[in-house]
Design a protein around this ligand. Structure first.
Ligand SMILES: NC(=O)c1ccc[n+]([C@@H]2O[C@H](COP(=O)([O-])OP(=O)(O)OC[C@H]3O[C@@H](n4cnc5c(N)ncnc54)[C@H](OP(=O)(O)O)[C@@H]3O)[C@@H](O)[C@H]2O)c1
Length: 274
């Protein structure tokens, strides 16, 4: 029975991925900070002869990463699929956050992805099988969301996945690496980041189930980049190919309001802040 380790499995896209993987016969190792929520998710998953595991860890800290790295390096009970999903956005524009808040975004969105991949990949390459699914974002393609460390953190996730996933070292071993770039997806993400989700039209929203299903399908097909939803595939094409001066007027700039407390107020236009 294959085993998958999913970070950020207590909510949103991570929980949906855990469910889909359990339906496909995986045993799960569920990681986030909240052990009670993880246990509730584990209990709701289809049962396996070997029970699902929960592992509480704060991945924004090196100590939390170490805990998960040790599990990834356990050769007696190897991990076949690593899902780097846990991620956050800062609650305010760059100049309104203490530097520690900005740093925590990079600690979780970048350093944890780097460390866990570094722990998992050598074993997978040696075994000649396995996969790494990294959850990035449409905002990785920039410049849709200004004044935030979040899009650059996701640009790193995308570039990192393409860099490793397309390398001979990884491809020749049979290990698959995919970056999934979701657009707006209904989860707890926007509440945590204080983004006014109610201001975005319903057609912009994806469900976590749909993102999870498309991501697993594209990982299975060996695609390095996965963009769920035709609208977001078109938006990504535009972000990749249109000249920057044409795109910039459509960007969401939450630093535009004078009052820092209201600086995450209503975005304008059809910005791609996700
Ligand atoms: N929702 C969107 O519109 C959207 C769009 C594009 C990309 N994404 C990306 O999708 C991924 C999943 O986000 P989501 O939308 O599902 O958000 P979510 O509903 O807020 O879930 C975030 C998950 O990450 C965990 N987490 C947060 N901080 C953590 C930490 N320091 N250590 C360990 N786990 C932590 C949370 O659990 P605990 O709080 O219990 O630790 C939770 O399980 C993120 O990488 C996000 O950037 C989301």
């Amino acid at each position: 029975m294959p085993t998958a380790l999913v970070t950020g499995a207590s909510a949103g896209i991570g929980r949906a991925l855990a469910r889909k993987l359990a339906d496909r016969g995986y045993r799960l190792v569920l990681v986030s900070r909240d052990v009670a929520r993880l246990e509730a998710v584990a209990t709701a998953l289809p049962a396996r002869s070997d029970p699902h595991e929960v592992l509480a860890a704060d991945l924004a800290t090196v100590a939390g990463c170490h805990k998960v790295e040790r599990r990834l390096q356990d050769e007696e009970d190897p991990i076949d699929l690593l899902v780097n999903n846990a991620g956050i956005a800062p609650p305010k524009p760059f100049l309104n956050n203490p530097v520690e808040v900005e740093e925590a975004v990079l600690d979780l969105n970048v350093r944890a992805v780097l460390r866990l991949t570094h722990a998992a990949l050598p074993g997978m390459v040696a075994r000649g099988s396995g996969g790494v699914l990294n959850v990035a974002s449409v905002s990785a393609l920039g410049p849709g969301w200004l004044a935030s460390t979040y899009p650059p953190s996701k640009s790193w996730v995308l570039a990192f996945t393409e860099s490793l996933g397309r390398s001979r070292h990884v491809r020749r071993s049979g290990v698959r690496m995919t970056a999934v770039l979701p657009g707006y997806t209904r989860t707890e993400f926007h509440t945590r980041a204080r983004i006014p989700a109610e201001n975005f039209p319903s057609w912009m929203w994806l469900s976590a189930d749909r993102v999870a299903e498309t991501a697993l399908r594209d990982l299975h097909r060996g695609r390095t980049v996965c963009i769920p939803g035709i609208r977001y595939r078109l938006a990504c094409w535009a972000l990749r190919h249109l000249p920057r001066p044409l795109v910039l007027p459509w960007c969401w700039d939450p630093s535009g309001t004078a009052d820092p407390q209201r600086s995450t107020a209503a975005p304008h236009g059809t910005e791609s802040a996700c």
